[in-house]
Design a protein around this ligand. Structure first.
Ligand code: C2E
Ligand code: MG
Ligand code: MG
Length: 695
C-alpha cells in the first residue's frame, strides 16, 4: 500500500473502498476512522466504517470535511491534540476516554496509528476505537475476587501455607508466621516437612500426594515445632490447588489446637484423678482393675483390694472445719503414698476412704501391707501445732476368691471394713463369706434410710450399764437398730454417719428420743423401778438450738422425769466452747445427765472438763479392749478413772468383754461398765424378761 501527498481524496476513497473495505468489514464492531493529514496540520475524515457511523454522529456525508467541522469543538480540540502529537512523534498512541450513552458510562480505548509516506511523514491517521467497558468490568471483578481470596488467606486465624508440588512453601499468611515463629521470608522456600516433627512425615507425605491427585484430606493431630523449639499440636487440612484442571501444589491450613488438646488432656486427667489429693479416683480404679486382671491372668497370680476408712474422721472435720479436714486428708495421702510402687496402687474412693490395689500379692504379703498401713498412723499428724491421732480401719477382698470385678471386690472389702468398724476399728480384716450382705452403695442406702422410720424398720436396743461395786443395773444405753427388708441388718456405725451427712439425723435423733420416752413411760406404767437411759446425740443434733426444747417437749408429753435421761455427746461435738457451754447449761437446767462418749478419742483439751457441767465420762472401748494386756491402754484407763474421780464425775467403761477387764476396772474403782461380758444391747422385752433388771 502506498499513500502519497499527491493522492486525492477521491482516489483515496477508491483505493480504500476497493482494498480496505474487504479487510475492514462493516460488521467489525470496533469503530474505525481514517483521517487524512493535511498540510497546515488539518485533519480530514476520509473513511469511517459502519460501526463508527452507528455509534457516532459522523456519517458518509462528512467524508472530506475537517475534524472541527464534524464533531463538537471541545472534543475536536482534544482529539486534534492527540493527532498532532502523533504526527509529531510518528509513534502510535493509545488512550482511553469515557462518555455517557443513555445514562450508561461507556469506556473506549482508541489506538491511533500513523501511516507514513516514503520520507517518513505521517499522511494518514487510523483510529480504531473499541468499547472496553465489559472487559474493564471483568477486570474489576477479577481484582475484587483476587482481593477477597487474598483476604481469606491473609486474615485467616489459621496458618495457611501455599506449597508447590514438591512441598516447598511458596507463600504463607501472618498466622503462619506467628504459629511457626518464622518470618514470611524465612518461610518462603522452606520445606513443609521441616516445620513438623519427623514422626508425622509419613502422614504428611500421604496427604500431599493425595492432594496432587486432586483429593483434599485432613490430619487430626500433627506435631509442629516452632522456631523456638516449642511443640504445637495442630490439625491440618490439605486442599489441592487446581488450575486448568491440573494440580499445581496445595494449601495447607494449620489449626493450632494446643490449648484445646491440653484442655482435653486436663479433662481426661481430671476424670481419673481426685482433685484434692491428686490420687487416682474410683473411675480410674474401675478402669484399672480389668486391665490388671487381664495382664495377671497370663501369669496366674492374685490381686488384693484394701478398702481403708479413717476412724472418726468426722471429728477431725468438726474440729478443723472442712478446709482443715481437707488439709488433713492431704497429709494422710502423703503418708499413704510412701507405700506405693509399681505393684501397689493407691486410689481415693471419696471422703475419708482410700483403696490400695496390690498386684501379685499373696495372702501373707497382703497382711504385711495392711500392717504397714496401720503403722503409718502410729505417729500423730500435726495440724496447726496440734497433734492429731487417727487410725484407719481396713477391709480386704481378694481376686479371684471374692470377686471378678472392681464393684464386687469393693463391695466385699466394704463388708469386711464394716466388720472392722463394728469390732472396734483400727484394724484390718479379710472378707469372709459369712459377713453380712450390705448395700451396694450409699445412694441406695440413703434412699432406704429415708423410708426406714415410716416402714417401721428402726428399733432400739438397750445395753445395761452395771454398777461394778454392787452388780446393780440402774441405767442403760439406747442404741438404734435398723433391719432393712431388702438388705438386712445394718450397723449404726454404717448408717449414722450417712444420716449425719444427709441431715436425716435430725429426724432419726428425734425419733430415738421419743421412743426412749415412750419406753420409759411403758415401764413406769408397768410398775417397774425407775431407770436412766443414755441417748446418743450426734454433733449435728447438738448444734441445734432447739434441742433442749425438743427434749423438754417429749419429757412432758410422756411425763418422764428429766433425771431418767442421759445425753451422750462425743468430744468432737464440743468444739465451739461458748456454744457448748450455753447448750450444756441449758441441758443441766432441764435436769438431764450429761456424759462424754468415747472419751479419750476426741481432740479437745482436758480444759473443758473443768468448765463444762458434765456428769459422766465413758472410757472408749479401744482403751478398755487392751487393758491388762497393753500397758499404755491400762495406764490411760486408770488415768481417766482417776481424773473423773478427782473432778467428781462418774465413770463408765465401754466394751467390757472379759472377766480380766472387770477385775481391772473394779481395782481401779471404775463405777460402772457396759459390754458383752454383762449383756449385749437387747430389746425392751428381753430386758423385762431378765429379772435382774427392772424389779
Ligand atoms: P457408742 O455410742 O460408742 O456405742 C457403743 C457401741 O459399742 C455400740 O455399738 C455397742 O453395741 C457396742 N458394744 C457394746 N458392748 C460391746 C462390747 O463388749 N464389745 C464390742 N466390741 N462392742 C460393744 P453399736 O450399737 O453398733 O453403735 C455404734 C455407734 O453408733 C455408737 O457408738 C454410737 O456412736 C452410734 N449410735 C448408736 N445408736 C445411736 C443413736 O440412737 N443416735 C446416734 N446419734 N448415734 C447412735
Ligand atoms: Mg454411746
Ligand atoms: Mg461409745
Amino acid at each position: 500500500m502506498k499513500w502519497t501527498d499527491s493522492t486525492t481524496i477521491s482516489q483515496d476513497q477508491k483505493f480504500l473502498d476497493t482494498v480496505l473495505k474487504e479487510l475492514i468489514l462493516d460488521h467489525i464492531h470496533d469503530m474505525i476512522f481514517i483521517m487524512k493529514v493535511e498540510e497546515g496540520k488539518g485533519f480530514r475524515y476520509v473513511y469511517v466504517n459502519e460501526s463508527a457511523k452507528k455509534y457516532t454522529m459522523i456519517q458518509q456525508k462528512d467524508m472530506g470535511r475537517y475534524l472541527e467541522e464534524v464533531i463538537p469543538v471541545e472534543m475536536a480540540v482534544d482529539l486534534k491534540k492527540k493527532y498532532l502529537e502523533l504526527v509529531e512523534t510518528g509513534e502510535r498512541i493509545i488512550y482511553q476516554d469515557a462518555f455517557y450513552v443513555k445514562g450508561y458510562k461507556v469506556i473506549n480505548e482508541s489506538i491511533l496509528t500513523p501511516i507514513k509516506n516514503e520520507v517518513g511523514l505521517v499522511d494518514y491517521v487510523i483510529s480504531i476505537t473499541r468499547d472496553i467497558t465489559p472487559s474493564i468490568e471483568e477486570k474489576k471483578k477479577l481484582v475484587k475476587a483476587k482481593e477477597r481470596y487474598k483476604s481469606i488467606i491473609e486474615h485467616n486465624l489459621d496458618a495457611i501455607f501455599i506449597l508447590n508440588s514438591q512441598g516447598i512453601i511458596r507463600e504463607s499468611n501472618a498466622a503462619g508466621c506467628s504459629l511457626s515463629g518464622y518470618s514470611i521470608d524465612a518461610l518462603a522456600n522452606m520445606n513443609i516437612f521441616d516445620l513438623f516433627y519427623p514422626q508425622n512425615k509419613k502422614l504428611l507425605e500421604g496427604a500431599l500426594s493425595q492432594s496432587l491427585l486432586g483429593n483434599p484430606s485432613s490430619i487430626e493431630h500433627c506435631l509442629l515445632m516452632n522456631e523456638k523449639g516449642e511443640e504445637k499440636v495442630t490439625q491440618l487440612k490439605i486442599v489441592p490447588i487446581v488450575v486448568k484442571e491440573k494440580c499445581d501444589g496445595c494449601y495447607i491450613i494449620v489449626k493450632d489446637i494446643t490449648s484445646h488438646y491440653e484442655q482435653s488432656e486436663m479433662i481426661h486427667y481430671m476424670a481419673l484423678h481426685d482433685q484434692l489429693t491428686g490420687l487416682w479416683n474410683r473411675k480410674a480404679l474401675d478402669d484399672h482393675v480389668p486391665l490388671i486382671i487381664h495382664n495377671m491372668e497370663e501369669r496366674g497370680v492374685e490381686l488384693s483390694l484394701l478398702y481403708l476408712d479413717l476412724d472418726r474422721f468426722k471429728f477431725v472435720n468438726d474440729t478443723l472445719g472442712l478446709k482443715g479436714g481437707d488439709r488433713f486428708l492431704k497429709k494422710i495421702t502423703e503418708r499413704l503414698i510412701t507405700l506405693t510402687n509399681e505393684d501397689c496402687l493407691l486410689y481415693r474412693q471419696g471422703g475419708d476412704e482410700f483403696i490400695f490395689l496390690l498386684k501379685n500379692c499373696s495372702f501373707e504379703d497382703t497382711k504385711t501391707k495392711a500392717k504397714e498401713i496401720l503403722a503409718l498412723f502410729v505417729a500423730p499428724f500435726i495440724m496447726e501445732t496440734q497433734e492429731f491421732y487417727i487410725s484407719p480401719s481396713i477391709g480386704i477382698s481378694r481376686y479371684p476368691a471374692d470377686g471378678y470385678d472392681s464393684n464386687s471386690l469393693i463391695q466385699k472389702a466394704a463388708q469386711a471394713l464394716f466388720e472392722v468398724k463394728e469390732k472396734g476399728r483400727a484394724h484390718y480384716r479379710f472378707y469372709q463369706t459369712h459377713m453380712k450382705s450390705s448395700f451396694p452403695n450409699y445412694i441406695i442406702m440413703e434412699s432406704h434410710l429415708r423410708k426406714a422410720i415410716e416402714k417401721g424398720e428402726l428399733y432400739i436396743h438397750y445395753q445395761p450399764q452395771v454398777n461394778l461395786s454392787t452388780g446393780n443395773i440402774d441405767s442403760f444405753e439406747a442404741l438404734i437398730r435398723w433391719n432393712n427388708r431388702k438388705f438386712g441388718f445394718v450397723s449404726p456405725a454404717q448408717f449414722i454417719p450417712l444420716a449425719e451427712e444427709t441431715g436425716l439425723i435430725h429426724q432419726i435423733g428425734e425419733w430415738v428420743l421419743e421412743q426412749v420416752c415412750i419406753q420409759l413411760q411403758k415401764w413406769r406404767v408397768k410398775g417397774y423401778r425407775s431407770v436412766r437411759v443414755a441417748i446418743n446425740i450426734s454433733p449435728k443434733q447438738f448444734q441445734q438450738e432447739h434441742l433442749v426444747d425438743t427434749i423438754d417437749f417429749y419429757l412432758s408429753t410422756y411425763k418422764i422425769s428429766s433425771s431418767c435421761i442421759e445425753i451422750e455427746i462425743t468430744e468432737g461435738a464440743m468444739q465451739d466452747t461458748q456454744q457448748t457451754l450455753k447448750m450444756l447449761k441449758k441441758l443441766k437446767e432441764l435436769g438431764v445427765f450429761i456424759s462424754v462418749d468415747d472419751f479419750g478419742t476426741g481432740y479437745s483439751s482436758l480444759h473443758y472438763l473443768k468448765r463444762f457441767p458434765i456428769d459422766i465420762l465413758k472410757i472408749d472401748q479401744s482403751f478398755v479392749k487392751e487393758i491388762g494386756m497393753n500397758q499404755k491402754d491400762s495406764a490411760i484407763t486408770t488415768t481417766i478413772i482417776h481424773l473423773a474421780h478427782s473432778l467428781g464425775l462418774e465413770v463408765i467403761a465401754e466394751g467390757v468383754e472379759r472377766e480380766g477387764q472387770v477385775d481391772f476396772l473394779k481395782e481401779a474403782k471404775c463405777q460402772k461398765a457396759q459390754g458383752y461380758y454383762f449383756s449385749k444391747p437387747i430389746g425392751p422385752k428381753e430386758i423385762e424378761q431378765q429379772q435382774f433388771v427392772l424389779m
